[in-house]
Design a binder for this molecule. Structure first.
Ligand code: GKR
Ligand code: MG
Length: 429
């Protein structure tokens, strides 16, 4: 068996995305992702997926060159390769719109996000070569299916008039009734039983009303609200107090460890984060100050599936819960998330996934949610197959784009509807 990497293919794509609202603006009609293929000397191909914005591509290209000639089993060498890849630090700030939603953006984090796509591709190739599923390479699954939450968004019916976009059949959700209707569709289509609402879009009282409406429509079901740090500690405490009886947790109500610690000290509602703790170096202060009770891991931030397991171990040591965050992603990432989640013993909250919002994919067969769960594949590797025709179509869209959509920019997308829109101050309320 020859596990040497003979070829690496990088294919940036633009994927249709509905007009989902968040505190910084609205999703663009198409979002960039990068598909990574690693081919061994024996002709085994492994696939991975990560962010596709320009800054990530600029790192992925030299990373791919360095990977050739190494073995797909040399996973511990990947961080060194990532460190060798130079980052033009002055460009890091360009990702600021979305970077704000992914925590503080740094060159080191960009490298880890790029690394994650290659690690997943190497694991997929290694699993295929050995005839083992990725979860087995991580030590084996402890569950046969992984539970996901319905990820609810305030949403327009369509992208602004004149903006080229794919239509979607979710309709608008701009008030409590619309949010409940969206949640019903999620349960009908996918069987989800826990719900997360992306907040920070409307004044807090409107979002409190939406969560109250969800609690009335789905009594006893786990509910979360995530304004991406749009509130001051005082507002966060008021929302926590008003929703204490129905929230499973409040996610990133306010920005920064100090603010999160201030809120956590004065409410019994657990606080979760994918913004305050996004790197190993942020853990010590946040955990010792008891600023967060649940860390939402994301293998794209943390540097891959094995790093996600390390994070879970640290969380366990501190008695902090762990679950999973998601940005817009395709089926390769959902497969990777499911494999690693299947191996985490202390996963007690449903994971987040944007996947139901993605009508397009690069796989021959979409992953399915049944009863809100994705079955853990026991097929070799990730258990997914690339659809080259679909990949070519989505890549062509990227090639034909004039550059406007190649970097996610939710504020720019919002300006198509409201030319006066500026990224709101923090805290917004
Ligand atoms: O897709 O609008 C979005 C989300 O707000 C995303 O960017 C966040 O990173 O889903 C994420 C979150 O939980 O904060
Ligand atoms: Mg979040």
């Amino acid at each position: 068996m020859n596990l040497t990497v003979a070829d690496v293919r990088l294919t940036p794509v633009l994927v249709a995305d509905p007009p989902l609202l968040n505190t910084q603006g609205v999703h663009q009609p198409y979002t960039p992702r990068l598909i990574v293929e690693v081919v061994t000397a024996d002709g085994v191909t492994g696939v991975g997926e990560t962010y596709g914005d320009t800054t990530y591509l600029e790192l992925a290209r030299p990373f791919a060159e360095r990977l050739e000639g190494r073995r797909v089993s040399d996973l511990n060498a990947l961080p060194t390769l990532a460190d060798e890849v130079a980052v033009d630090a002055s460009r890091v700030g360009n990702a600021v719109d979305v970077g704000g939603l992914r925590g503080v953006q740094t060159a080191g984090k960009l490298r880890l996000s790029v690394l994650s796509g290659f690690e997943v591709a190497c694991l997929d190739a290694l699993g295929k070569a050995l005839g083992l599923p990725v979860h087995a390479l991580l030590g084996g699954k402890v569950r046969d299916a992984v539970e996901y939450s319905a990820y609810l968004f305030y949403k327009w019916a369509g992208h602004p008039r004149g903006v080229p976009a794919e239509p979607d059949d979710w309709g608008a959700a701009l008030d409590p009734a619309g949010v409940v209707e969206q949640a019903r569709r999620f349960t009908e289509r996918y069987g989800f039983t826990s719900f997360k609402l992306k907040g920070g879009v409307f004044p807090p009282d409107e979002e409190i009303a939406a969560v109250r409406a969800l609690a009335a429509a789905f009594p006893g079901h786990p509910l979360r609200l995530d304004p991406n740090g749009a509130w001051s500690p005082a507002t966060s405490l008021r929302v926590a107090e008003e929703l204490a009886d129905v929230l499973e947790y409040l996610e990133d109500p306010t920005l920064g460890t100090a603010g999160m610690a201030e809120v956590a000290a004065r409410t019994g509602v657990p606080l979760a984060t994918n913004m305050c703790v996004t790197t190993f170096s942020e853990i010590k202060e946040a955990f010792t100050r008891d600023a967060v009770q649940i860390v939402l891991s994301d293998h794209h931030y943390w540097g891959g599936l094995r790093a996600t397991r390390q994070l879970a171990a640290v969380c366990r040591a501190f008695g902090v819960g762990v679950s999973m965050h998601s940005n817009t992603h395709l089926g390769i990432s959902l497969a990777a998330m499911t494999h690693v989640a299947a191996t985490l013993p202390d996963l007690h909250h449903a994971c987040d996934s944007h996947y139901p919002w993605q009508s397009e994919d690069v796989l021959t067969e979409r992953l399915a949610f049944e009863g809100g769960r994705v079955t853990v594949s026991d097929a070799p590797g990730l258990g997914v197959e690339l659809d080259r025709d679909r990949l070519a179509v989505l890549h062509r869209r990227w090639l034909e784009d004039d550059g406007a959509l190649r970097d996610r920019d939710d504020a720019a997308a919002m300006r198509a509807a409201d030319p006066a829109w500026r990224t709101p101050p923090v805290p917004r309320w």
